[in-house]
Design a protein around this ligand. Structure first.
Ligand code: SAM
Length: 181
């Protein structure tokens, strides 16, 4: 699958994972919204969770929005496409290590690729990041289980196992809505 990113450019450029993906020819960045191709938009506010069933729409394009988390409110996700939230996965990047749902752009794209049946491609795009392999190790079991799901209802059922385990470890503010759609 192709990886595309709408690049808002309001985050620290030195830490920006989308720019690094562009440097390694692993993603195409767009500075104008109207240039972004139609595809599966990775949107943490989406009502429905990403699942292998999304492949049935024949969409071979993943789209992420690279911006700071401060500006990643629902209204910022105006790209055309099928909007999907990622289920429970934990971040491996140093800023949000161990925190669920709040992934960097490369983690979100890699998680989506893996759920959609392209784990090798997921590993490839994570290669330029020193914590990239850790993302796959930390999430190995959920990613494998999500990949075996038929649809978003199944995905949410699997996610519930991890949310139950996660218990009170994280802030009340974590996004944990029902994404079965
Ligand atoms: C808010 S930006 C932060 C980017 C960060 N500055 C970086 O350098 O990677 C992360 C993007 O990854 C995707 N993403 C992250 N977590 C997600 C989730 N739980 N569900 C869906 N998409 C997610 C979204 O496209 C989101 O806008």
């Amino acid at each position: 699958m192709e990886c595309h990113v709408y690049y808002e450019g309001d985050d620290d450029p030195k830490k920006c994972t989308a720019r690094r993906l562009e440097q390694f020819d692993e993603a195409i960045l767009y500075r104008r919204m109207e240039q972004v191709p139609y595809g599966i938009v990775l949107n943490p506010h989406a009502e429905q969770a990403l699942s292998p069933a999304d492949l049935e729409d024949g969409l071979g394009t993943l789209v992420a929005l690279d911006c700071s988390w401060e500006s990643a409110e629902a209204a910022s996700f105006r790209m055309n496409g099928v909007h999907r939230a990622l289920p429970f996965l934990v971040a491996a990047n140093p800023v949000n290590y161990g925190r669920p749902f709040q992934l960097t752009t490369v983690e979100a794209l890699a998680g989506a690729l893996s759920i959609l049946g392209e784990p090798e491609r997921a590993a490839e795009i994570l290669e330029p990041f020193r914590w990239g392999e850790t993302f796959l190790t930390l999430n190995e079991e959920p990613l494998r289980r999500y990949r075996d799901c038929a649809d978003s209802t199944d995905i949410v059922a699997v996610q519930d196992d991890y949310l139950a385990d996660d218990g009170d470890d994280h802030d009340e503010g974590d996004e944990r809505s029902d994404h079965s759609g």
